[in-house]
Design a protein around this ligand. Structure first.
Ligand SMILES: Nc1ncnc2c1ncn2[C@@H]1O[C@H](COP(=O)(O)OP(=O)(O)OP(=O)(O)O)[C@@H](O)[C@H]1O
Length: 455
């Protein structure tokens, strides 16, 4: 645990690159208020020209949330820190509210950062938050000591949002009590969020169980998290290595796995590689669960098969193991919208002249008309994969457009690494990078903090 000594801010922030500025996410609670003041102190001393913008999200869910945002704005004005309040004005769902609020919060924080040309967001998650997260996940999947429970690594020290902004959590090793001591020593107050002590929610219940003298339990949880984080990082590195050695992409949307992947001797990494690839090809944000991944891997070891998992057809034949998006459930023809994700797999950007463009899957009949140089890959598989690629309705209806790739002028469709496209924890940098290289997704922005091997 770190004490709030005079060099606390150096210890917390000196490994982070603030050249391109930072957005500090400040709710007005103790942790993020301390984060802001410590960061300001650090930047004043070591990077005075770095841009700092404090952002408060007013979720509009509690009475008093606007006043809390105003209190943060006042503190910032007193300290010469730029501040912005962003209001979550969208429709509030009746179920899954915390998740929706979190989603909206990161979207708004990222848009504030983008507007200022800042690529880094810092949050005030603490060691206490980390312990709570790990204990909640443990209670859910009961996998204490089972390092295959990826969630037991807790929150990553850095997470890439939307493949663009890095969310960094510099306080993950610092206890809330230390931050509160720091604020009290500076005579700075903070807001108490009543939902943090409302024990009808899971996190406050875990928090209450950890309160008081239960330091040992918290320390145990943190040790478990750091061990799991190391193992998870290593699993990612091993899976990335296998992806580079055994996966190729013979056509857009078609991934080929060399059957040698089944006998490398590192089944854990091979199954992890398989799960990440299945989610990518199927355009699914979540990996297929471990049990299904293991079962599929076992069946592949037994011989040729054709199966579907995570919207991905797995076709093991003499020429190799092929993965492609299944034909069912593709998006219907719809007006193309710039800068959106199509089918969870393709990032659509429109050319200037694309008003009124309709986008639809190419479809089997049109794919049949494409002339394909299949090489060693079965042409039927290449066609089946291309049939699930987006094309513009205009191109589709033009019988002259029959050559090469289905995506034609009017828009660009860049592949995305579906399971990591929204949130990429730094633990998974290595497999994300390997898959991006495989499918031609944009490269990743550099990690703004040292000390974490990205592979
Ligand atoms: N309304 C918000 N506006 C800006 N950032 C927020 C907001 N809510 C949460 N955050 C960010 O996410 C982090 C973790 O959120 P969490 O809900 O655990 O914090 P909190 O209890 O609201 O406040 P704090 O962490 O400041 O005590 C915060 O430290 C802060 O950086």
């Amino acid at each position: 645990m770190l004490d709030p000594g005079p060099d606390l801010s150096t210890r917390l922030f000196s490994h982070i690159d603030f050249t391109n500025g930072a957005v500090a996410a400040v709710s007005g609670g103790s942790d993020s208020t301390a984060l802001l003041l410590l960061l300001k102190h650090h930047l004043d001393r070591s990077a005075p020209s770095a841009k700092l913008l404090a952002v408060t999200i007013d979720h509009g869910l509690r009475q008093g949330s606007a006043a809390e945002a105003q209190a943060v704005a006042k503190l910032c004005a007193e300290r010469g820190i730029a501040h912005r309040t962003m209001v979550w004005s969208g429709r509030k769902p009746s179920t899954g509210l915390p998740a929706a609020a979190r989603e909206a919060r990161y979207r708004l924080l990222a848009s504030a950062a983008r507007a200022e040309g800042i690529g880094l967001i810092v949050t005030g998650h603490t060691a206490d938050d980390q312990a709570e997260t790990v204990l909640m996940r443990h209670a859910r999947d009961g996998s204490l000591g089972n390092v295959q429970g990826r969630g037991l690594a807790g929150m990553a020290p850095a997470t890439l949002y939307d493949w663009r902004e890095w969310i960094v959590r510099p306080l993950l090793g610092t206890r809330r009590a230390a931050l509160r001591d720091f604020l009290q020593s500076k005579h700075v107050g903070w807001a108490e969020d009543p939902t943090n002590s409302d024990e009808s929610f899971e996190r406050p219940r875990v928090r209450a169980a950890l309160a008081g003298d239960n330091i040992r339990r918290m320390d145990e949880a943190l040790v478990m998290a750091s061990q799991a984080a190391i193992e998870r990082g290593q699993l990612g590195l091993d899976a990335a290595d296998l992806i580079r050695r055994f996966a190729s992409q013979p056509a857009t949307g078609l991934v080929r796995l060399d059957p040698q992947l089944l006998s490398t001797g590192d089944e854990r990494a091979a199954i992890y590689a398989l799960r990440t690839l299945l989610a990518t090809v199927g355009g699914i944000a979540f990996l297929p669960d471990q049990a299904r991944g293991e079962a599929l891997f076992g069946r592949l070891k037994a011989g040729f098969l054709c199966a579907t998992l995570s919207r991905t057809v797995v076709d093991f034949r003499r020429a190799g193991i092929f993965l492609r998006r299944e034909a069912r459930g593709l998006p219907p023809a719809a007006a193309a919208i710039d800068n959106t994700i199509w089918d969870g797999r393709r990032h659509i950007t429109l050319n200037d002249s694309s008003a009124g463009l309709l986008i639809a899957p190419l479809g089997a009949a049109a794919a049949k008309r494409l002339s394909i140089d299949a090489g060693e890959t079965p042409a039927s598989l290449m066609r089946a994969a291309l049939a699930a690629e987006p094309t513009s309705r205009q191109a589709f209806e033009n019988p002259d457009v029959q050559q090469g790739e289905p995506a034609s002028s009017g828009f660009d469709a860049r592949p995305v690494v579906a399971p990591f496209a929204r949130f990429l924890p730094s633990f998974d940098l290595a497999p994300a990078r390997a898959i991006a290289g495989l499918i031609g997704a944009p490269s990743l922005p550099a990690l703004p903090c040292g000390g974490h091997s990205a592979g």
